[in-house]
Design a protein around this ligand. Sequence first.
Ligand code: SF4
Ligand code: SF4
Length: 228
Amino acid sequence: MSEMQKLVKVFIMGEAYEVPEGSTIIMAMEYAGFQMKRGVGCREGFCGACATVYREKGDYKLKGGLACQTVVSDGMMLAQIPFVPAEKPVYDISELTPDVDTIKILFPTVFRCVACNTCTKACPQEIKVMDYVQALKRGDIAKAADLSFDCIRCGLCALRCPAEIVQYNAATLAQRLYGRYLNKKSPELDERIDEIEEGKYENDLEELIKMPREEITRRYYSREIKLK
Ligand code: SF4
Ligand code: SF4
């Protein structure tokens, strides 16, 4: 840390710590001496492992966010939640039908939605969570799968839902049903799977495994993205 770096005071489990201004919650907790073993993953905002709750100075509201993306502010109060407990039914996708009856059987809580929109406001991915829940209630599996596509399963929507719906697990079901029954067959995908099975990419994979992280990062960010 540079000598000039400004510090802010945060409270972790009620105890005061001074941490560098601009730190994320994870960085602040580690700076304060906490060893993060659970509730932390990619640190890039993609894996959804570090959902956390906090309060800001002078604000009574309990807020939620990803600890790797949320920057601390002076007077912030932090606590760690280990994970969001979630209703997760077991099913065999090959025995299901892509319709509202499947949702009724596996996620009956979805029909308790009171359309309060709290889940949408809680989502760090800016997903229209309430809208995909409504699509599930209508049995519009394709719409639910599409609206929830960017979900990272952080659990923050479920954490705030007054109807105790586990939106992201219901979204996972919609995406599986869509992939299995509704999505148009892709000849390109079949072709690529054949190529993989024939070992066409073995050498490329070996090269990637041995590559230094910096080079992987450089290639990742300079890659060409083909849009549909
Ligand atoms: S839909 Fe829910 S679980 Fe998915 S990213 Fe948004 S808040 Fe997280
Ligand atoms: S928070 Fe729960 S009850 Fe409110 S809109 Fe979202 S799913 Fe429905």
